[in-house]
Structures are given as structure tokens and as C-alpha cells.
Design a protein around this ligand. Structure first.
Ligand SMILES: Nc1ncnc2c1ncn2[C@@H]1O[C@H](COP(=O)(O)OP(=O)(O)OP(=O)(O)O)[C@@H](O)[C@H]1O
Ligand SMILES: [Mg+2]
Length: 221
């Protein structure tokens, strides 16, 4: 699932935040998107994930110019291809962990039995079966992280986007999260993009893209 960004520009209202981005993220890579706060990492992930529109330029995913996708075709495309792990590991507080994990399945109209089976399968893989019927407020931080990863993997996406997954974690938990993401990437063959300013993430990356003031400053590895 190659991702290509061509001559991409993004403004929020009149404020330009991304400038002339040209990038290629190869299939199956573990790509780190590095840059200081405000450099444009979350914006770039939101564009790749179809949450934010571009101002100009092209996003091509697996040879498909995503701008040409409309309506239900577009919704289905992103629902099946992309899993998002949001900044802050946000779980819906009024839903159980099992329901949180299966959320995308509800939107996609998957039957309940199939949703429950898939949620259980992922919970087993990530070691959180015990808390499937718990509410988010009743579980540990590490379990919440794994629940968020399970939710992102629910539709078997070929692209997983993680926004600052180690923010606010102590070094040991930060390492656990990155190793979990790396393992998921290796097991599923998904293309993983991790936005982070944590130097620890660099060691795990197969490609590092630095953004500075909305421009790609460096690509290495
Ligand atoms: N919805 C929005 N409306 C207007 N400006 C925005 C919006 N979201 C982000 N910005 C601005 O765009 C720029 C890039 O923000 P972005 O959130 O992409 O940075 P970031 O690299 O993810 O930062 P952080 O490390 O703090 O998460 C910033 O100047 C920010 O103020
Ligand atoms: Mg951000």
C-alpha cells in the first residue's frame, strides 16, 4: 500500500501549514514522521487518513488518486484501508472495551456476532481479553493503549497511522507501545506511519521523515 504525496499544500483558512510536500511511503515500511510541536505532523497524518482535505496537490494511495473518490466509495475506502491511533489514545468513555474495539465494524454494518469474534481475536492477540467487558475508566493506561491499537486494526487496514503514541508515557511504557506497533506492522505487513518527536522511535523506524515549519526537511535511513 504505497502512499504518494505530490506537490501537497495545506492551509487552515488563510494560514498555510504545509508547503510543497513530495513524499513516498513504501508498502510495509515503519515510517517515523518527526518534527517539533506545530510543525505539521498531525495535519499530514489527517490528510493521509482522509480526515482533512488538502488545499492543493495530490494524495495517491495504492495508485488511487483519493481526490477522485466520492461519497460511500470514499468512506468505504478509508474505513477498510486506514486505521488511526489518535493522539492521546482516546476511547469512547460510555462504551465497553469490546464495543470500542469494534466501533468501525458497527459503521461498516458488520453483524454483531462477527464483530464480537473479531474483537475477541484482537484482544487475545494483544493480551486484553480480561478487560473486554470493562469501561475505559476501569482499565490501566497500558491496557487502553492496546485497546486503541486493537480498534485501529479492527478492519485489517493496510495503513496504520499513529499520532504521538508515546506522548506522556514513561520510557518503559513508551518502549512497550513502540514494540507493540512494530510487532503489529511485522505481523500484518501494514504500512505504519508514526508521528513522534521521541528519539526512541528512531531506532525502530525503517524510514525517517522530518518536517520543519510545514516542509519536509530530511528523509533518511
Ligand atoms: N484545525 C486547525 N485550525 C487551524 N490551525 C490548525 C488546526 N490544526 C492545526 N493547526 C495549526 O497547524 C500547524 C500544524 O499543526 P499540527 O497539529 O499538524 O502540528 P504537530 O506537528 O502535530 O504538533 P504537535 O507535536 O504539537 O502535535 C500549527 O501551527 C497549528 O496551530
Ligand atoms: Mg500533533
Amino acid at each position: 500500500m504505497t502512499i504518494k504525496l505530490q506537490e501537497l499544500n495545506k492551509k487552515y483558512g488563510k494560514k498555510p501549514v504545509l508547503f510543497d510536500i513530495n513524499l513516498e511511503v513504501p508498502t510495509g515500511s515503519f515510517t517515523m514522521l518527526r518534527g517539533v510541536s506545530g510543525s505539521g505532523k498531525s495535519t499530514l497524518l489527517s490528510i493521509i487518513g482522509g480526515i482533512e482535505p488538502v488545499t492543493s496537490g495530490q494524495v495517491v494511495i495504492d495508485g488511487q488518486d483519493v481526490d477522485k473518490l466520492k461519497g460511500k466509495v470514499r468512506t468505504d475506502f478509508y474505513r477498510h484501508k486506514v486505521g488511526f491511533i489518535f493522539q492521546g489514545f482516546y476511547l469512547q468513555p460510555q462504551l465497553t472495551i469490546a464495543e470500542n474495539i469494534a466501533l468501525m465494524g458497527i459503521f461498516a454494518g458488520m453483524p454483531r456476532s462477527e464483530r464480537e469474534a473479531r474483537a475477541k481475536e484482537l484482544a487475545e492477540m494483544l493480551g486484553i481479553v480480561d478487560v473486554l467487558e470493562s469501561m475505559p475508566a476501569e482499565i490501566s493506561g497500558g491496557q487502553a493503549e492496546r485497546a486503541c491499537a486493537a480498534r485501529a486494526m479492527f478492519m485489517k487496514p493496510e495503513i496504520i497511522l499513529a499520532d504521538e503514541p508515546t506522548n506522556n508515557l514513561d520510557p518503559e511504557n513508551a518502549k512497550n507501545v513502540i514494540e507493540m506497533l512494530k510487532q503489529i506492522q511485522e505481523d500484518t505487513g501494514a504500512t505504519m506511519i508514526v508521528a513522534s518527536h521521541d528519539p526512541m522511535v528512531e531506532r525502530y523506524a525503517t524510514q525517517i521523515i522530518s518536517i520543519k515549519n510545514g516542509r519536509v526537511a530530511e528523509e533518511k535511513k
